[in-house]
Design a protein around this ligand. Sequence first.
Ligand SMILES: [Cu+2]
Length: 182
Amino acid sequence: MSERVWRALDKIYLPATMLVAAFIWIAIIVSVAFDIELISLGGQEAGGGVPVPAQVAGPPTVVITVYGGELPGGKFGFGLSPDNITTPGPTIRVRQGDIVEIRFVNLGDLRHGFVVTPAVSKTNPEVLFGAIIGTASNPIAPNGEGSVVFVADRPGEFFYQCPVANHGPKGMWGKFIVEPAG
Ligand SMILES: [Cu+2]
């Protein structure tokens, strides 16, 4: 009697396990596909997260052009004029509530980019304010440029850096300070 029950269970067990496994796979595939769609809707893909720029109402109140490229000695840097690129780059100051437009010009022979971040990282810097131009996987080409408009809605001492792996530690960073409003 009990042997018959076991044999019946055995017959059901394998198909049932396979069915559950198939459902789990379908769930994984659907969630991955959904994430990919979210990333493309969010605009630019960043190192680790999906930056969604804050709603920008009105024209920029501050426009800053940042130049970037390589320096002698294996160093990389940024500058606020094409003939003064330094490592680290110059401090950028804006005021809380500013609608900031950053234009990034790549004067180097390598691909570079620009991102505002809470901490300089070797790879995949966290994106603040949705402020990113080029990404780690798709940076701005040599002689290319890009721009981003964002609201600096939080005061504090932050950083900007190149999002390409290892460029930050090679000196391609600077301070990004948002002074409190008022
Ligand atoms: Cu770079």
